[in-house]
Design a protein around this ligand. Structure first.
Ligand SMILES: Cc1cc2nc3c(=O)[nH]c(=O)nc-3n(C[C@H](O)[C@H](O)[C@H](O)COP(=O)(O)OP(=O)(O)OC[C@H]3O[C@@H](n4cnc5c(N)ncnc54)[C@H](O)[C@@H]3O)c2cc1C
Length: 421
C-alpha cells in the first residue's frame, strides 16, 4: 500500500517512476489485514503499562499477544523503547503527531478510490468495537467521548439490545459496542492496492519485478536490478514495509524496527474453487455471504471479524517473532473459539492460516522522509497497525518532500533523524 501510493503520487506529478517489487502490488501485509481505513485510530497502539496486562502478556494468558522465546533477545531492546514511548511523558506528543497523519486518511484514500474506480470495494459505514462486559464497555465509552472532544472522531454507543438489532447474527447478548462512524472498510484490501497500481500504470508509471536488496548508490543516483535489467534513477524510495531493514541495514542505518506478526483465515458457507496464492484467488464470488454487515473488533479477546468478498476474515493481534520464523497460529485457533462464542462461524476456507508482519518502530510513528546520510534516498515504512490506512497520505507526504513543496503536514515528526541518524 505504502509503496504503491508513493509511486502513484510521484507519477501523477509527472515524474518518470518505476515501482519495483518482487511480487505483485498488494500481495503481502497490505493484502492480509483487516481492511479498515482507521480514521478513528488517532492514538497509536501503545505498550500496555498496567501490571495486569503485562502479566497476561508475559504468561500468554490472553490471545491478543503472543511471542516466541527465541525472538526475545533481538526484540526486547525495541520493546523497552516502545514501553518508554508509551509512558505519560512521551505518549501524548506522539499521539498528537500520529493523529495529524490519520486526520487525512479518509480524504486521501477517497480521492484515490474515486480516480481508481474502486468504489465497489468500499463500505463507508464504519466499524464496531464490541464489549462482553459492562465494565469494559463503560471504559471504552468514556475513551470514545474523550477522542470525540480531543480529535473530533465520531462514534455512536450501542447497548446490547441495539447491537443485537444492528447485527442479528450475533449469538450472545453483549454489553454493548462503540460504533466508529468515520472509518471505511474494504472487502478486499489487496484488490484496492491492485486498483491503485493500475491507476499508477495509467499515469505512465512502470511496474517491474525486481529485488530491492540489489539497490546500490550509482554516480549521483541509485541502481537496482530488475527482471527487465538494471534500472537507474536520481531518487529511490524504500517502501518495503516489514522488509525495510534488508536495505537500510546494509546502507549503515540502525533504526529501531521490529515486526508484530498477525494471522488471518476466511470462513464461508460457500464452496470455493481454486487455490490461494498470495492474495490472488480463483474462486466463486461470495459477496453477501458474511454473517456481519461491517467489521467487528472483539476488544476483550483481541480479534477482528471482517466481512470480505472471499468470506468472513478473522484477523489476530500481535505476535513477536523473528522475520522468517515458522508460523505459530495459536492466536488464530483461540480466535476461532472466541468467534464461535459470538456467531455461527461458517467453515474455514483455507487449510492453513495466512501470516503477515506489521512493520513497527519503537516510537509508534512511521518513518517518512529523506535518508539522513544518502542524498536521493527516501524512506517510507514503519506504519505498524495502520499502514493500510496511512499509505495514501504517506505517499502524498513523501511526494511533497521529494518535490521540495510545502508538505501537506509538517513531516519533521516522522523523520529518520529522530533516531539519531
Ligand atoms: C492481521 C493484520 C491486520 C491489520 N489490519 C489493518 C487494518 O485494518 N487497517 C490498517 O490500516 N492496517 C492494518 N494492518 C497493518 C497494515 O496491513 C500494514 O501496516 C501495511 O500493510 C504495511 O504496508 P506496506 O506497504 O508498508 O508493507 P507491505 O504491504 O508488506 O508491502 C511491502 C512490499 O515490499 C515488497 N518486498 C519485500 N522485499 C522485497 C525485495 N527484496 N524486493 C522487492 N520487493 C520486496 C513486498 O513484495 C511487498 O509488496 C494489519 C496488519 C495485520 C498483519
Amino acid at each position: 500500500m505504502v509503496g504503491t501510493c508513493t509511486a502513484l503520487h510521484l507519477a501523477q506529478r509527472g515524474h518518470s517512476v518505476a515501482l519495483v517489487d518482487r511480487g505483485a502490488p498488494g500481495g503481502e501485509t497490505s493484502y492480509g489485514n483487516s481492511g479498515i481505513i482507521q480514521r478513528e485510530a488517532v492514538e497509536p497502539y501503545a505498550f500496555p503499562r498496567d501490571w495486569a496486562s503485562l502479566l497476561n502478556v508475559a504468561f500468554k494468558r490472553g490471545m491478543d499477544v503472543n511471542y516466541h522465546f527465541g525472538a526475545l533477545p533481538s526484540v526486547l531492546p525495541h520493546l523497552a523503547r516502545y514501553w518508554q514511548a508509551s509512558g505519560p511523558s512521551r505518549y501524548p506528543l506522539i499521539a498528537a503527531e500520529f493523529s495529524r497523519l490519520i486526520e487525512h486518511s479518509i480524504s486521501e484514500n477517497a480521492s484515490l478510490i474515486a480516480q481508481a474506480g474502486a468504489d465497489d470495494l468500499i463500505r463507508r459505514t464504519g466499524y464496531r468495537t464490541v464489549f462482553r462486559t459492562a465494565k469494559a464497555f463503560d471504559q471504552a465509552a468514556e475513551k470514545a467521548q474523550r477522542l470525540a472532544l480531543q480529535y473530533g472522531v465520531q462514534h455512536a454507543l450501542l447497548d446490547g439490545a441495539a447491537l443485537a438489532e444492528a447485527e442479528p447474527a450475533l449469538r450472545n447478548s453483549l454489553a454493548g459496542a462503540v460504533h466508529w462512524l468515520d472509518p471505511w472498510s474494504v472487502n478486499d484490501p489487496g484488490a484496492l492496492v491492485a486498483r491503485y497500481a493500475a491507476l499508477f500504470t495509467a499515469n505512465n508509471g512502470r511496474f517491474v519485478r525486481g529485488d530491492a536488496t540489489s539497490l546500490q548508490p550509482m554516480g549521483k543516483g541509485w541502481r537496482v536490478v530488475t527482471q527487465d535489467g538494471p534500472l537507474e534513477a536520481q531518487h529511490a524510495v524504500i517502501a518495503l514495509g516489514p522488509w525495510a531493514e534488508t536495505v537500510t541495514r546494509p546502507l549503515g542505518y540502525r533504526l529501531p524496527l521490529f515486526v508484530k506478526r498477525g494471522y488471518h483465515r476466511h470462513y464461508s458457507a460457500v464452496v470455493h474453487r481454486g487455490a490461494a496464492n498470495n492474495g490472488a484467488f480463483a474462486s466463486e464470488s461470495t459477496s453477501g455471504t458474511s454473517p456481519l454487515s461491517i467489521p467487528l473488533l472483539d476488544a476483550e479477546r483481541g480479534l477482528v471479524l471482517a466481512p470480505m468478498s472471499r468470506g468472513l476474515r478473522i484477523t489476530t493481534g500481535a505476535e513477536f517473532a523473528r522475520m522468517g520464523a515458522p508460523s505459530t497460529p495459536v492466536q488464530l485457533y483461540k480466535a476461532e473459539v472466541a468467534a464461535r462464542e459470538l456467531i455461527d462461524l461458517p467453515p474455514a476456507i483455507e487449510a492453513e492460516p495466512w501470516m503477515g508482519n506489521r512493520p513497527c518502530t519503537s516510537d509508534m510513528k512511521p518513518v517518512i522522509g529523506p535518508a539522513p546520510r544518502h542524498p536521493g534516498l527516501w524512506f517510507n515504512f514503519g506504519h505498524a497497525h495502520q499502514g493500510f490506512t496511512l499509505g495514501a497520505v504517506s505517499g502524498r507526504l513523501l511526494a511533497d518532500l521529494l518535490d521540495g513543496k510545502v508538505p501537506l503536514i509538517d513531516a519533521a515528526p516522522y523523520s529518520a533523524g529522530r533516531f539519531g541518524g
